[in-house]
Design a protein around this ligand. Structure first.
Ligand SMILES: [Fe+2]
Ligand SMILES: [Fe+2]
Length: 278
């Protein structure tokens, strides 16, 4: 449970079915699964940081908050579509998607600092996503949920940043170049199966026998997820990521990166609209 809010703080009675966007609903059904799957990441991170009890304690609290994000989104999705069943969809997702290296005691990023930096990148992305969601919807309950989640994601970013800085202060930091390499790798992984398979488990499998098709599911997920971004949301995420690399907001590189990222996002958004219409 989050220390900052619970599901009881949401005014569920304010729900307006006529304000639900079906495409965003499908994306949220999938996002709820990825959030609710956080316990696997807690296991992985506590293996990687074995011996660092303070960090493992923070990670357990973090995991509880991520699960709460999943539960809040799922409850909202059930209001919009009573046939949506989080536990059933989550079981399907966890059975089909097993990519978190639960047995590894080494970070997939090569070092503990690399792992902490990668977590900063993820939390920047989720901050940006839920901020976009809050602004994109007129549905009052979803606005409350997205606002609360976005605030948690900013806190998560600060949490992992503080541990990253502490490792650096103890002489276990990584270079800017190494951070940029991890950033590139992590952005590339956005296209992996995690969200596409979550989309399948939450939206396709409950209503058809169609086998999982990564391309179709990925396209459907991205159409809902990327479609809600405006420049300010993307810029917020990019700035957070680059701050964790070591680039302050006054850096010329940050301005260039923001412009480039927005161009790429606009290109992707337009392409998704075309593909969805085809
Ligand atoms: Fe989250
Ligand atoms: Fe988070």
């Amino acid at each position: 449970m989050s220390r900052y809010w619970t599901l009881d703080d949401i005014d569920w009675g304010a729900f307006r079915a006529d304000k639900v966007d079906q495409r965003l609903l499908a994306t949220i059904k999938a996002a709820a699964l990825v959030e609710a799957n956080a316990p696997d990441y807690v296991t992985y991170l506590c293996n990687v940081f074995r011996g660092d009890e303070a960090l493992c304690g923070s990670v357990r609290q973090w995991g509880d908050e991520e699960v709460q994000h999943g539960r809040a989104l799922a409850r909202w999705a059930s209001l919009a579509d009573p046939s949506y069943d989080l536990d059933e969809a989550l079981l399907r997702f966890r059975t089909g998607y097993r990519q978190v290296p639960l047995d590894s005691s080494e970070s997939t990023r090569g070092s503990r600092s690399g792992e902490l930096f990668a977590r900063c990148v993820v939390e920047s992305g989720t901050t940006s996503f839920y901020s976009a969601m809050q602004d994109a919807t007129d549905e009052p309950v979803l606005r409350q949920i997205a606002r609360n989640i976005a605030a948690d994601e900013v806190r998560h970013y600060k949490l992992f940043r503080s541990y990253l800085d502490a490792y650096e202060a103890r002489g276990m930091g990584i270079t800017r170049l190494a951070r940029l390499k991890i950033l590139g790798d992590r952005i590339g992984e956005v296209d992996d199966d995690e969200f596409a398979f979550a989309y399948y488990a939450a939206n396709v499998a409950p209503v058809s026998d169609a086998p999982y098709d990564r391309e179709t599911c990925s396209l459907a997920y991205e159409t809902g997820a990327y479609g809600i971004y405006r420049r300010a949301h993307l810029e917020k995420g990019v700035r957070m990521m680059l701050r964790a690399v070591g680039f302050g907001s006054g850096s010329a590189f940050v301005g260039i990166a923001v412009r480039l990222a927005w161009r790429l996002m606009r290109y992707r958004q337009k392409k998704l609209v075309k593909l969805a219409a085809a």
